[in-house]
Design a protein around this ligand. Structure first.
Ligand code: HXC
Length: 291
C-alpha cells in the first residue's frame, strides 16, 4: 500500500520545559562558540543556568558569549582553550570555578572535520581529528569530573550518526557502482572512528560514575539544517535535491531539536537515563539513506 503524508510533524518548540528548570546551575560547554553547541548552550541558559563556553578562537567566543548573554539575560563566560591541551582545559575549569563556584553540566562538543578518502588521509590528519573529538572529550571529562561528582551532575557528548549506518554509494565515490557500503560514510574514516570512541567513552563513564550520581549520555544528531556537517556532507547526496523529504519525519532537523534533547537529558526527567545514545535524526538511520 502506498503511504500518504497526512500531516508532517510540526517543528520543535523550545517552550516545552519550565523556564527555571536549571536555576542555580552551571554549564561548561566545549565548542560552544558556534554551531549546534552554541544553540545547546542557549537552551540551557534559557532555562535559568549560567554558562562557560570554551573554544580555540577567542574573538568568536567573545562575540558568542555577548550574543548568548543578551538573548537570555544569563551570565556567559568565554574561555579560550584547545581541548587537545589538558593544561588549557584545567585552566578553563579553574576560571569557571572562580567565576561561578560549580559545574553541574558538561557538553563535550568541540569537533573537527573535513572530507578526505582514507588514501588521502595522512597520519597527522587522522590523529588531528581523533585528538580534537576523542582525546578532547577525555581531557574535558578529566578536567571537570571532580566538580561534576560534587554536583552529582551530568555529561552530554556530541557524537554523529555516521558510524551507525551504511549508505548507497550512488555517486560511485569509491569506484564501485550500486554497492552498499556498510557502517561507514565515505571520506569520514577519521570522524567515524573518533565518534565511535566517544560513544564508548560515554558508556564507561556512565558505568564507573553512576554510583556517584553522575550521568553520561550521548546525543547523535542526524542531518541538522544550517550546520557545518550538513553543508559539508549533503550537497551531492540524495538530500541535495529533496532536502529532508526522504526522511520519515519529512524535514531536516533544526538546532532546536538538539536543544530540546539537551534540556531533557540534563533535566530531572532523565534522572534514570545514563549510558545512552540519543539519536536525533528524524528516523534517518532506519531508512538506509545517508548523507
Ligand atoms: C586531507 C586534511 C584536510 C583535508 C586538513 N588536513 N584538512 N587532509 N583533507 N581537507 C590535514 C592537514 O593537511 C594536516 O595533516 C592535518 O590534517 C592537520 O591539519 P591542520 O590544519 O594543521 O590542523 P588544525 O589547524 O588543528 O585544524 C583542525 C582541522 C580543521 C580539523 C583540520 O578543519 C578545524 O580546525 N576544524 C574545526 C572546525 C570544524 O571542522 N568544524 C566542523 C565540525 S562538524 P599533514 O599531514 O599535512 O600535517 C563535525 C560534524 C561531524 O564535526 C559529523 C558530521 C555529520
Amino acid at each position: 500500500m502506498e503511504s500518504t503524508i497526512i500531516a508532517p510533524p510540526p517543528p520543535s518548540s523550545l517552550a516545552v520545559f519550565r523556564e527555571d528548570l536549571f536555576k542555580g546551575k552551571v554549564l561548561f560547554c566545549t565548542g560552544g562558540g558556534s554551531g549546534i553547541c552554541k544553540d545547546m548552550t542557549e537552551a540551557v541558559l534559557r532555562h535559568g543556568a549560567n554558562a562557560v563556553i570554551v573554544g580555540r578562537k577567542l574573538e568568536r567566543l567573545n562575540e558568542a558569549a555577548k550574543e548568548l548573554a543578551t538573548a537570555t539575560g544569563r551570565k556567559v563566560l568565554a574561555v579560550q582553550a584547545d581541548v587537545r591541551e589538558p593544561k588549557q582545559l584545567q585552566d578553563a575549569v579553574t576560571k569557571t570555578i572562580k567565576e561561578f563556584g560549580r559545574i553541574d553540566f558538561v557538553i563535550c562538543g568541540a569537533a573537527g572535520n573535513f572530507l578526505a578518502p582514507i588514501e588521502g588521509l595522512s597520519e597527522n590528519a587522522f590523529k588531528t581529528v581523533i585528538s580534537i573529538d576523542l582525546l578532547g572529550t577525555y581531557n574535558t571529562v578529566k578536567a571537570t569530573l571532580p566538580y561534576i561528582r560534587e554536583a552529582r551532575g551530568s555529561y552530554i557528548h556530541v557524537s554523529a550518526t555516521l558510524h551507525y549506518k551504511g549508505i548507497w554509494d550512488k555517486n560511485s565515490q569509491l569506484g564501485v557502482v550500486n554497492q552498499w557500503v556498510f557502517l561507514g560514510i565515505p571520506h569520514q574514516a577519521h570522524v567515524s572512528a573518533a565518534k565511535a570512541g566517544v560513544d564508548a567513552l560515554s558508556a564507561v563513564i556512565a558505568v564507573e560514575e553512576g554510583p556517584r550520581g553522575v550521568r553520561s549520555n550521548v546525543i547523535a544528531p542526524g542531518p541538522i539544517a544550517d550546520t557545518e556537517g550538513v553543508k559539508r556532507l549533503v550537497q551531492d547526496s540524495i538530500y541535495g535535491k529533496h532536502p529532508g523529504k526522504a526522511l520519515p519525519l519529512q524535514r531536516f532537523g533544526e538546532k532546536a531539536d538538539i536543544s530540546n534533547a539537551t534540556v531533557f537529558l540534563f533535566s530531572g526527567a532523565a534522572n534514570y537515563i545514563t549510558g545512552q545514545i540519543m539519536v536525533v535524526d528524524g528516523g534517518e538511520i532506519h531508512t538506509g539513506l545517508g548523507a
